[in-house]
Write a protein that binds this ligand. Structure first.
Ligand code: MG
Ligand code: ZN
Length: 464
């Protein structure tokens, strides 16, 4: 089912905006480079796929492959790849970053320690590209599948010495101002429990300040175009794609965010596929691939959007890789993603659900969407009597063995990550760069200047 939506067309590659990422050589489209002015984007959309190391993008291509053809078809990510980024944090945290230090680097251009939210190694607040965009009169927003106070979006808005201080970070979403204005005009994701609290009702404060509030995906569609919006669709994070009422929730939120942000002065939007990382931490290949699919749908939508709005720049990267995912394991040259393609629920929900079933094996087979052997059915009948952690581990290990997926850690790894870009200014992201360079180039674009390779950030807008 899932793969029908995602085939990309190489035709898109013929567009001028996508020339470099596609490696096009046709002279009829490779002439007449756009004037320098046209390479300064009016709108900037930064997409972070949390935890999406290179093994994830390869695995995703295989996952949506049509096995009836001899080639493995390109996916949207193949058409927009431009380079590679290093991810290491400030020296005090070594070679392996967490999402907070990496998001601070991507948002501010400054490397910090693991755990830092928009602060430097001395815990001093840093200006993010979102703050700078707001100071230049652009509209600003974020659309993420985690709670909106989670490390990645938080680093664009807030300042805190620790990513764990969710309540204080939520307060920063209201209290940090740029020239008296809120940092983000549109905020979509999860996290009601941090905004509607007994000690402070930040949700009510935003409503009093003129923000529209949406608490369901459907009610978001009813918000008048051009509004300021706080859309919180879950108490904490959104459900896994596999368990959500909307399998395209990131694409849907991205479309709606853009609808409210478009204006003559341009906009900056942060989009995050937050839960690729969580699937990596959980060593859950089914959720890793389905979260990647929501990301791919989002990128396909953004390709179409930039075709129609070539003054927009879209950048996609990961903050780091997670889980040490391998395509093949145990010395066996096999990967079998077909076992992941008809699942009706996440491994977590299957593990919970089987405990209440009379015939757990049959239930598991139905949820996984493929036939189990008598021996496999009996195994799940027996596992269903065990405790939560054992059942969950059994489902994930079963899928790892079926697909022959490997993992080396439940944490992050220090490998470089891919960089993807298309639209106005795309060529600035070519080649090997550092995660801080991404922020520096965005600062430059927002300042109306073409970025120089390796330049330092020169902006100095007061954010308090
Ligand atoms: Mg994140
Ligand atoms: Zn992580």
């Amino acid at each position: 089912m899932i793969k029908q939506h995602i085939r990309t067309t190489l035709v898109l590659c013929a567009s001028a905006a996508a020339l470099i990422g596609c490696g096009a050589t046709d002279n009829t489209v490779n002439t007449a480079p756009p004037a320098a002015k046209q390479n300064i984007p009016k709108n900037i959309i930064m997409v972070v796929a949390d935890g999406m190391g290179p093994a994830y993008t390869t695995a995703y291509r295989n996952y949506v492959d049509d096995p009836s053809t001899p080639s493995i078809e390109n996916v949207v990510l193949d058409d927009i790849l431009v380079g590679n980024a290093s991810t290491y944090p400030a020296p005090v945290s070594g070679y392996v970053t967490d999402s907070a230090a990496a998001a601070t680097a991507l948002a501010t251009g400054v490397k910090s320690y693991n755990g830092a939210i928009g602060v430097d190694v001395d815990k001093q607040p840093l200006q993010s590209v979102m703050h700078f965009a707001k100071s230049k009169g652009m509209r600003t927003g974020l659309a993420v599948t985690s709670q909106i106070v989670h490390a990645t979006p938080a680093s664009y808005v807030a300042h805190n010495e620790s990513r764990k201080n969710y309540n204080a970070i939520a307060e920063d979403f209201f209290d940090v101002r740029v020239n008296g204005e809120f940092v983000a005009d549109v905020m979509l994701g999860g996290g009601t429990s941090y905004f509607k609290r007994d000690d402070r009702n930040i949700l009510a404060e935003f409503v009093d300040a003129g923000y529209q509030h949406a608490e369901t995906y459907e009610s978001l569609a009813l918000v008048p175009t051009g509004s300021n919006v706080l859309g919180l669709f879950a108490p904490v994070a959104l459900p896994w794609v596999l368990d959500d009422s909307r399998k395209n929730r990131l694409e849907y939120m991205t479309k709606h965010a853009i609808k409210h942000l478009e204006n003559d002065n341009g906009y900056f939007l942060l989009v995050e596929a937050s839960q690729v990382d969580w699937a990596g931490h959980a060593n859950d290949i089914a959720s890793a691939m389905t979260e990647m699919h929501d990301l791919a749908l989002t990128m396909s939508f953004l390709r179409e959007y930039v075709e129609a709005n070539p003054d927009t720049l879209v950048i996609l990267t990961a903050d780091h890789s997670t889980g040490g995912l391998t395509i093949g394991a145990h010395g066996d040259y096999r990967w079998s993603p077909e076992f992941l393609q008809n699942m009706n629920a996440s491994a977590s929900v299957i593990a919970l659900g089987m405990a209440n079933e009379d015939k757990p094996g049959d239930y598991v087979a139905k949820q996984l969407g493929f036939t189990l052997t008598d021996e496999e059915l009996a195994t799940f009948d027996s596992v269903a009597k065990q405790d939560d952690a054992i059942r969950l581990s059994a489902v994930k290990t079963f899928l790892d063995n079926k697909t022959n997926t490997g993992w080396t850690t439940t944490g992050h790894t220090g490998v470089d990550v891919e960089v993807f870009a298309f639209g106005a200014g795309q060529s600035s992201f070519l080649g090997q760069i550092d995660n801080t360079d991404i922020a520096k180039k965005i600062f430059s674009f927002i300042d109306g200047k073409a970025p120089q390779r390796g330049m330092a950030s020169t902006t100095g807008v007061t954010i308090y």
